[in-house]
Design a protein around this ligand. Structure first.
Ligand code: PLP
Length: 425
């Protein structure tokens, strides 16, 4: 008899797998080769705006956190759905002429991921499914699978700037579908839907009596004249025909993903289509007793500042961040579209752009996005995530948060790489 024994993990643990890992291992796995060309690694892969240190959060936010810690007023437990003042600030911030949220429509969670997990847990059972965008953020599938549910991808069309292929979306709905996930602005596409397109999506959801789960974590992050209209506002303008459960948080718009505070807002139809789902989320929130009290204390300072100077400072912060990202986006799209064999679908929001590789224009050293990104990493030490991670083979995703000099260096190397592997005829 052996003294060694192992414990069996649960079926839920075993089916909770992030699909990115296996794909990324194909790119970065294998023996580490000592570089002799002096090219340091430039990661264009990290969906973390703090990665390079060039995008610091607002001082209002960091000072609010410090003051909250020193006050000793935020050390205790709070309501599992969030502190009254943070919920009130979120309700006020997202209310518009057309939609009035109250604190009771808000549930605070551990990051936007935690908020999505709450919403999807309240909607999905074993054997049900959720419609998700392709290309799209892999977390939705991870959460759905952990509940024994599945996802049915609907196609986003690069030819229309990544709008939903509505016919394809409708064809994916079956009797087990429990909701449609919409991510706007999009990770990984950097696209922003027009109000007209959102209307069409909402009409489709209403026709099939399905709620929309809106991942709007990049909500305020749009460039130039492009505006991201919240799905709740669009539904309200149509008479409230479809319920919207929207998820967002501090992570991206306020540049503190490590602080782990996000939230859900519930916009219901006049006939209360999701009132029981909302109750379900509130019950589920009791399991982990909510998000960090300390960080929740900062939410009202950035979403609903009191002092005139703070209102202005937060508005300036947002304008500056969007201008920086807009300029880096333009630089990225211009540079990469000038590279042999690459096609760019321009980005108008968030911090991403998807670039298409046309393998037939190259010398055969790579055959798809995974082998392209691997060879690019080996030869140029530039790392971008293959589109396969997001359900978009033959694309790769670029995060353009890094300082412009770094981006320029990376794109220069990508350009050289594309020239070197050009097909000769
Ligand atoms: C980053 C991201 C999230 C997660 O946000 P957290 O608040 O850090 O959990 C959710 N959805 C999308 C599309 C994201 O890119």
């Amino acid at each position: 008899m052996s003294d060694f024994w192992t414990c069996k993990p649960s079926a839920k643990a075993l089916r909770t797998v992030n699909p990115i890992r296996a794909i990324v291992d194909k790119v970065v796995g294998g023996p580490v080769v000592e570089r002799t060309d002096g090219k340091e690694r430039i990661p264009l892969s990290l969906g973390d705006p703090t990665a390079f240190g060039n995008l610091p959060p607002s001082q209002i936010l960091t000072e609010a956190a410090a003051a909250a810690a020193h006050s000793n007023k935020f050390n205790g437990y709070v309501n599992a759905c969030g502190t009254p003042s943070a919920r009130a600030a979120i309700a006020k911030h997202y209310s518009t002429e057309h939609v009035k949220f109250t604190s009771d429509d808000v549930v605070i969670a551990s990051g936007c991921s935690g908020a999505l997990e709450l919403a999807l847990t309240a909607l999905l059972d074993d054997g049900t499914n959720l419609l998700v965008p392709a290309p799209g953020f892999p977390l939705y599938e991870v959460i759905a699978n952990s509940h024994g549910a599945g996802v049915k991808p609907y196609r986003l069309d690069p030819a229309t700037g990544w709008e939903c292929d509505l016919e394809n979306m409708e064809s994916q709905i079956d009797e087990n579908t429990r909701g449609i996930l919409i991510n706007n602005p999009s990770n990984p596409c950097g696209s922003v839907f027009s109000e007209g397109h959102l209307e069409d999506i909402i009409r489709l959801a209403a026709k099939h009596k399905l709620p929309i789960v809106a991942d709007e974590v990049y909500g305020g992050m749009t460039f130039g004249d492009v505006q991201c209209v919240p799905l709740s506002t669009v539904s309200a303008k149509l008479g409230g025909i479809a319920p919207i459960i929207s998820a967002s948080g501090l992570a991206k718009q306020f540049l503190v993903p490590g602080w782990r505070v996000g939230w859900l807002t519930f916009y219901d139809t006049p006939f209360g289509a999701i009132k029981d789902v909302k109750k379900g989320v509130m019950s589920l929130a009791q399991v982990v007793l909510g998000a960090s009290h300390l960080v929740q204390a900062t939410v009202e300072k950035v979403l609903d500042p009191e002092k005139e100077e703070d209102i202005k400072a937060m508005a300036d912060f947002k304008t500056q961040l969007n201008e920086t990202l807009a300029s880096q986006s333009t630089f990225t799209c211009d540079y990469l579209s000038s590279c042999h064999g690459l096609r760019v679908v321009r980005s108008s929001g968030a911090m991403y752009v998807m670039v298409e590789v046309v393998p037939s224009l190259f010398d055969g050293s790579f055959t798809d996005d995974v082998t392209f990104t691997k060879l690019l990493l080996d030869e140029e030490n530039v790392f971008a995530l293959p589109g396969s991670c997001f359900g978009a083979p033959n694309f790769f995703r670029v995060v353009y948060c890094a300082p412009k000099e770094k981006l320029g260096e990376a794109y220069g190397r990508i350009k050289d790489f594309c020239e070197r592997h050009k097909k000769m005829d």
